[in-house]
Write a protein that binds this ligand. Sequence first.
Ligand code: HQG
Length: 188
Amino acid sequence: TSHRSDKFISKKMSYALRHNPGKYGLKLDEYGYTDLNQFLKAMNRVHHFEPALTEPALTKERIESIMAHADKERFKIKNGQICALYGHSIPGIIKHPAAIPPAILYHGTARRFIPSIKKLGLLPMQRQYVHLSTDVATAKQVGSRHDSHPVILTINTKQAVADGIHFYFGNNQVWLVDELPSKYIHFP
Ligand code: HQG
């Protein structure tokens, strides 16, 4: 059994793969992937997930278990590499597969952000992309990170696609877009 919770390790993984790979001596390719073995070595070096110390070493198996039990699909392992599927803030845009989104998507946000969103549309703020949800329940969960009574915006993605706006696939609940003018947003 391990001392560190899945959540603790997942947060460190998100930090390394979304926000600060350089701190770990890692480089991401244009799609955000990095070599899994190097990633494990770097995580163990920086966080001392070492069997000889207090923590069991972080292994591929532990990461797979964290991913299997997580509330969200945050990471992907493929061909000996690992990436974060969304959420990046590092300089240099990470590419995601372009795809046609569902006709309607949702965005959960805070009441206090609404006047600004009405004026400026949805902006990526600290991240590389605006994050949209496929269903209201997910949007509520996302919005509740910012406000106890989140506002659920409904996005007319069908019209946005027709107007030439590109959407990118994150995972089965998360879609990404560069920014979204308020004319595509329904405010409740
Ligand atoms: C708001 C989590 C003022 C936007 C979640 C949001 C997600 C504006 C906040 C993922 C604005 C940014 C991302 C404007 C947008 N004026 N505020 N013009 N445009 N905003 O955390 O979407 O658990 O960067 O509404 O589940 O909340 O980390 O984005 O409230 O999938 O895996 O600016 O992160 O996933 O907040 O969440 P965030 P988000 P993880």
